[in-house]
Design a protein around this ligand. Structure first.
Ligand SMILES: C[S@@+](CC[C@H](N)C(=O)[O-])C[C@H]1O[C@@H](n2cnc3c(N)ncnc32)[C@H](O)[C@@H]1O
Ligand code: SF4
Length: 487
């Protein structure tokens, strides 16, 4: 699609709006014969901004004209986004007939916007603003506000001297067809694990030193992947005993190990986790439909999941989390409902409902490029059902994010029993919390207060374990420089 923009217009925002109606759309500069043309023209008047918009797509044409007045305490940027968003939404809807439940809210964290509005106007007015100005459906507006309130019940407990640590274990027993996470899954590459653990521990030592120098306090530790329980019980013991020597694990507010794949969970590994005080773990079925598990290349069955769940349930972890995905290939409304209902029956403290996101590097897309459009309606109904069923059964939505290329533009939502909210999941998404990422593919996100506003710096580790092992460059200098006011 070619964009012809005239006025003060944020091109990236316009592209994101177009992608909500026309999935996978590209915006090449020099395409002589584009499949669509979007013309936008904005003008500032004395008291507001007006916008003329025309969309030509596959031989059809739609036009709109919108105007939004300036308002006290509302920035020019917000007015501009509103007038452009409404204009593009109108032409997109005219040509596709689609209503987008998230309206003109394109960012990855709808609850952040909801929280800002809530703080100024309170719940009811914020609900109106989200529905009428941002064009959200009432359900999504409520979800965004509820998540905002729940996540802030955690955020308010932590000050700027709190930080978290994420340790990446990018190894999995086999590769799932829908997944784009970097992860090694062959026996030959598993030979790298001992060296990888050594490298991790070295990096952890460096990071702990800098955490101490900066007088920060580690409040949560998350070991994720990949699948950390791909490691043998002995390897887990080496990793955790060394971490235990460096961090007072019993003082943490949360210590999570994302086991994930049921086919990696054994008594001896879970005993190691217990020994070192792990309090939150994940056991993920994704679906409880065996045919869907085959379609997505998951290499375990529903029974494998139920057995693994049964096994970990006996160990009395404070929190068990289970991940599900809505909109998977071959799933229908009934089978998704059956998955959610069965999971609710198991009664885990946390349930995370992801919406299927189609990643370029995932095997499933290479096998069938039509996969993206296939199950939008099923995914929508599945997500709606999850919300209804989970909230009826005492779960609250407490964190949420959206990703690109997700079926039907749906969201990922973490649900929790009251007082069992996953702290790391909330903190790592906050702009005001520092997370030290350790290992291949991990991201360090540094946050500091700068005269009332937060400065953020992200440092990315080498993506693949091979590159990570060969890299001797330390990021400690960059971290110290960022915080500058070293104590
Ligand atoms: C980093 S993965 C690791 C979890 C663990 N290895 C497992 O597979 O159980 C975390 C979660 O992301 C979700 N996920 C991964 N790929 C996805 C995709 N393409 N669309 C939606 N959710 C996805 C899955 O629910 C998965 O459990
Ligand atoms: S979904 Fe989990 S187990 Fe499957 S490849 Fe991705 S990280 Fe590994």
């Amino acid at each position: 699609m070619r964009l012809i923009l005239d006025g003060k217009i944020n091109k990236t925002y316009v592209q994101s709006l177009c992608m909500m109606f026309f999935h996978g759309e590209k915006f090449p500069e020099n395409e002589s014969n584009p499949n669509g043309i979007l013309k936008l023209n904005t003008k500032d008047t004395n008291d507001g901004i007006s916008c003329d918009c025309e969309l030509i797509y596959n031989g059809k044409i739609a036009k709109s004209n919108t105007y939004v007045p300036f308002k006290e305490n509302v920035t020019y940027e917000r007015i501009s986004k509103s007038v452009i968003g409404k204009a593009v939404y109108s032409v997109g809807k005219q040509l596709t007939g689609r209503d987008i439940e998230w309206g003109i809210l394109t960012g990855i964290r709808p609850s952040k916007v909801a929280w800002e509005i809530y703080q100024c106007y309170g719940y009811d007015t914020a609900l109106d603003i989200l529905c009428n100005e941002y064009l959200l459906s009432k359900n999504k507006a409520r979800l965004a506000l509820d998540v905002a309130l729940n996540e802030n019940s955690i955020l308010k407990k932590y000050t700027q001297n709190a930080c978290s640590i994420y340790i990446s274990i990018p190894f999995c027993p086999t590769r799932c067809a829908y997944c784009s996470f970097v992860s090694y899954s062959t026996k030959k590459l598993f030979d790298l694990i001992p060296e990888y653990i050594n490298h991790l521990l070295y990096e952890l030592e460096e990071k702990i030193n800098v955490i101490n120098r900066l007088d920060l306090k580690v409040v949560s530790l998350y070991i994720g992947g990949g699948t950390p329980t791909t490691l043998s019980a002995e390897q887990l013991d080496i990793l955790l005993s060394n971490i235990n020597n460096k961090i007072e694990l019993w003082k943490l507010d949360e210590f999570t190990v994302e086991c994930g794949r049921p086919d990696t969970i054994t008594n001896d590994k879970i005993e190691v986790l217990k020994k070192y005080g792990v309090r939150r773990i994940s056991v993920n079925p994704q679906t409880l439909n065996d045919q869907v598990l085959i379609n997505i290349g998951r290499k375990h069955t529903t029974d494998d999941f139920l057995n693994a769940y049964d096994l970990v349930d006996k160990y009395n972890f404070e929190i068990i989390n289970t991940d599900l995905i809505a909109g998977l290939d071959g799933d229908d409304e009934q089978s998704f409902k059956a998955s959610i209902d069965k999971i609710i029956e198991l009664n885990p403290e946390n349930i995370t409902v992801h919406s299927f996101s189609v990643k370029k590097s995932a095997q499933i897309l290479r096998d069938d490029s039509s996969i993206y459009e296939k199950s939008g309606e099923v995914a929508k109904k599945s997500v709606e059902y999850s919300y209804d069923a989970l909230t009826k059964n005492g779960y609250i939505p407490y964190y949420m994010y959206r990703q690109k290329n997700t079926i039907a533009d749906l969201e990922n939502v973490g649900y929790s029993k009251k007082d069992k909210l996953g702290i790391y999941n909330v903190l790592m998404m906050s702009d005001a919390h520092t997370v030290f990422g350790i290992g291949a593919g991990a991201t360090t996100k540094l946050a500091k207060n700068n005269n009332g506003k937060t400065d953020i710096l992200r440092i990315f580790s080498k993506k693949y374990p091979y590159e990570y092992l060969q890299n001797n460059k330390s990021d400690i200098g960059e971290i110290i420089n960022f915080f500058h006011t070293e104590k």
